[in-house]
Write a protein that binds this ligand. Sequence first.
Ligand SMILES: Nc1nc2c(c(=O)[nH]1)N[C@H]1C(S)=C(S)[C@@H](COP(=O)(O)OP(=O)(O)OC[C@H]3O[C@@H](n4cnc5c(=O)[nH]c(N)nc54)[C@H](O)[C@@H]3O)O[C@H]1N2
Ligand SMILES: Nc1nc2c(c(=O)[nH]1)N[C@H]1C(S)=C(S)[C@@H](COP(=O)(O)OP(=O)(O)OC[C@H]3O[C@@H](n4cnc5c(=O)[nH]c(N)nc54)[C@H](O)[C@@H]3O)O[C@H]1N2
Ligand SMILES: [Mo]
Length: 667
Amino acid sequence: MPSEIKRSVCPYDCPDTCSLLVTVENGRAAAVAGDPAHPFTRGMLCPKMTHYERTVHSPDRLTSPLLRTGPKGAGQFREISWREAVDRIAARWREIIADYGAEAVLPYSYAGTMGLVQRNAGHAFFHRLGASRLERTICSSSKDAGWKTVMGATPCPHPDEALDSDLIILWSLNAVATNIHFLHSVREAKKRGARVWLIDTYETPTARLADRVFLTRPGADAALALGMMHVMARDGLVDKAFIAEHVHGYDEFAARTLPDYPPGKTSALTGLPAEVIEEMARAYATAKAPLIRLGSGLCRYGNGAMTVRTVTCLPALAGAWAKRGGGQLSNLSTGAAIDTAPITREDFITAPTRIVNMNKLGDALTGLDAPPVMSLYVYHSNPAAIAPDQNKVLAGLAREDLFTVVHERFLTDTARYADIVLPATTSLEHSDIYRSYGHYCLQRAYPVIGPVGEAKANWDVFRLLAAAMGFTDDLFAHSADDLIEALLAKPSPWLAQTDLGKLRAGEAVELPLPPASKLTFKTPSGKIELLSPTDAEPLPRYLPPHGDDAPLWLMTAPTTVLLNSSFAERADLLAGQAMTLQMNPADAAARGLTNGQQVTAFNRRGEVAFVLKVTPGVPAGVTVAEGVWRIGDAPGDRTVNALTSQRLTDRAAGSTFYDTKIDVRAG
Ligand SMILES: Nc1nc2c(c(=O)[nH]1)N[C@H]1C(S)=C(S)[C@@H](COP(=O)(O)OP(=O)(O)OC[C@H]3O[C@@H](n4cnc5c(=O)[nH]c(N)nc54)[C@H](O)[C@@H]3O)O[C@H]1N2
Ligand SMILES: Nc1nc2c(c(=O)[nH]1)N[C@H]1C(S)=C(S)[C@@H](COP(=O)(O)OP(=O)(O)OC[C@H]3O[C@@H](n4cnc5c(=O)[nH]c(N)nc54)[C@H](O)[C@@H]3O)O[C@H]1N2
Ligand SMILES: [Mo]
């Protein structure tokens, strides 16, 4: 049979949301390439997606439902039919609901796939069931909250604005790993003379693209931003005309907040020399069009929302919004284009049910009562690996009386604890529609190959479960394709301006940003709000992170070869890699540790074995563990999240992965 090239979309949780060209031969994906027609993909894929077909057709794919035959966690199962699997789940849920009520059932899902239908596929079902609701704030809810306090619902600028910037600041962003397609514009801008800064806590792989690298103490970015703004105000480097027209509360901010943050004090908080903070302030304020591309690392601290809020004040003081190429790029939101209500069906909630924060899964499984969690249904997420406080999560998953169902593509660390495992399709095998948090394109994907084995898509599984539970709502009679049409049929002014024919044909369409959107601030005052009079914290300030009673910070950073725990199935990507802990030579010497040896990182929550990598790229007092590894590939029996905590951010109940301290010993 001749090969065919079909279009699809990268489903992963990444701001780049690439358009894919898949070569299909004999019903199999033979090769995958980046789509040259897509304005952000530009024909290029990251190293992970270059051989996506190896994930899709991996010999490790789950191809049949499984029933546990050994102890929890041992990974011993036997194959059963879908009919038996669904009947067993429904029967067990009926018993649990009779004994404890439906809130004893907890769904757990996050972002294995970002498509609007498959990602949100369980909401209607669990609302209808009356299950506990999951608060899905593991990623960057505090970043969104910080942005919103200052900018309201103002859209982020187009990412291509970077082309016209003369100073691009990659702030807490390891773009080489997490936003590789943004670097196209960064490189082009550099050719035109732009300077590039990186502000991080260690020299990430992105450091080599930067003209200047500024390493700040973890959780101290608000102090850095305040120090810069202090110097700008002190030296008359703020844009007075812009402030007068577009900024609310500058006088209060300048009088009440900024005097508290002179360079000496902010130097002590950040670890950056005072003269460097002065220099950064001057360079930022005198750039023609400075652009901050804000990553998410800095929001995952006890002070995360306030930190983002504070950094977001910088472009207002510099008047950067008035200039093409200037401003700040945070998480882009296109939620206003497509309303997901036809899928999420909040109207199915008849009485408000319990809300469980996903960062506190360990506590929920081990400590909740009235009712306890008696069943956990996990889909497109891997909480045994990615959730904080792994020891508590695993203790919960090991409970003999917990009925766990995991719908997965692979036998992940979570799936190993399941009573029933259900096999999931990959994105090439099901329909969906995707928006992005790094650009303004929408794209619809059709299946390009049939399901591998007996794999089923998220939505199709919930249709089966709905039937087994006796739910007769019309919604569950519909296919994923019907749901996509229902989304497109809900008119929004933004969607009305796009070519729906092209979208339905599977091509990317770009939502147009309204003209002058950069100077139309969607806040209550219509201005950028430095002062929020009714907020418990009316003005930005430096708040300390949580910290821990231990000497070394631990950066739980992304790696180029994994995406959270996804791609762990890919031996080709992990070849030559090890689960390392990076450490400064001085910290290693002080502990008598040498490069390449096995070490144990520990704190009061857990102990994790790593291979030590001694490097001057990590400052003293900081350690780095890149990637969320599979326990089977780790030197010991735990991975990085045995060290992280369930503590939340100051606002929006976010995760605090980086707000972790440890000590390290040999062995
Ligand atoms: N290859 C790869 N791609 C990914 C992911 C992945 O794991 N791997 N993850 C995906 C996901 S889920 C998301 S949310 C996105 C974003 O993924 P994120 O994990 O949020 O990654 P970044 O936005 O790059 O931000 C992380 C950077 O912040 C730095 N950092 C940590 N603490 C601080 C601090 O206090 N101050 C400063 N200035 N910097 C700090 C870290 O050292 C790191 O370089 O990327 C997605 N893409
Ligand atoms: N230490 C540390 N921990 C972290 C982070 C970190 O940087 N460091 N990052 C955090 C962040 S930002 C995030 S967003 C979370 C992400 O947490 P998760 O969203 O849980 O991310 P993944 O580890 O990618 O796990 C997704 C799982 O979904 C499965 N999957 C993919 N597609 C489908 C599908 O269509 N159907 C079904 N049923 N399954 C599918 C994949 O096989 C994979 O096992 O992790 C957080 N945890
Ligand atoms: Mo994330």
